[in-house]
Design a protein around this ligand. Structure first.
Ligand SMILES: C[S@@+](CC[C@H](N)C(=O)[O-])C[C@H]1O[C@@H](n2cnc3c(N)ncnc32)[C@H](O)[C@@H]1O
Length: 201
């Protein structure tokens, strides 16, 4: 499996990344009330910056990621926590049908087939399950310095339709943060981060 984050894993937990995930978690918790009876799945969990903040409020979390290096950093933070499982692979590798909450921060733009993925999420979730996705709105490719990437952000109208088509009702769709970055030398660009909260119909 190609690990395009292998060289970034060790230094991933920078103050900027920690702040970015804290803003996402605050926004997510504003919209949902997790329960200790829930089982959650995080897509593109990376080093666990998001999921480890959610863990105290949830029964169990499966941290999924395609990067062994990122999951390796996460593993080093876990000291025998029984409420945690790790899945090194694509989310399509998760086959049980027991997930009450799915969340994902800044990972969806790395997933090539969104509609297929959403249909899979429908299959692995319980009735009324929630999905919370944070990512960036459509951008010109500069966010990843014009490297090849499955999605240059998302047209959220289109993405919302894809959630609907896969069997989810979109409850919330809003911009929750703006990242200002100098990805092109001498030019500051604003990248809007959106959140979608959707419920299985
Ligand atoms: C920008 S990082 C975000 C990590 C973490 N969510 C955070 O906010 O710190 C994107 C993550 O998605 C993972 N990823 C890339 N392609 C993926 C895929 N097809 N399925 C799941 N995760 C993927 C990467 O390995 C990486 O850990």
């Amino acid at each position: 499996m190609n690990d395009s984050f292998a060289h970034r894993a060790a230094d991933w937990d920078s103050p900027a990344k920690i702040e970015m995930t804290e803003i996402f978690v605050a926004e997510m918790m504003h919209h949902i009330k997790p329960s200790k009876s829930w089982k959650a799945l995080e897509i593109g969990a990376g080093t666990g910056l998001v999921g480890l903040q959610i863990l105290p409020y949830i029964g169990e979390i499966v941290f999924e990621d395609t990067s062994a290096a990122m999951l390796g950093v996460l593993k080093s933070k876990l000291k025998g926590l029984e409420s945690v499982a790790m899945l090194h692979g694509e989310v399509s590798d998760y086959r049980k049908q027991d997930i009450d909450l799915i969340f994902s921060c800044m990972a969806f733009h790395h997933i090539p087939k969104i509609e297929e993925t959403l249909r899979h999420l429908y299959e692995i979730t319980t009735p009324g399950a929630l999905i919370v996705v944070g990512d960036i709105r459509s951008e010109d490719g500069s966010f990843h310095r014009f490297e090849p990437i499955p999605h240059r952000g998302f047209d959220t109208g289109l993405l919302s339709g894809q959630f609907h088509g896969a069997g989810f009702e979109v409850l919330v769709l809003r911009t929750y943060n703006v990242l200002t970055r100098e990805r092109v030398k001498g030019k500051l660009t604003d990248y809007e981060q959106f959140i979608i909260v959707a419920k299985k119909r």
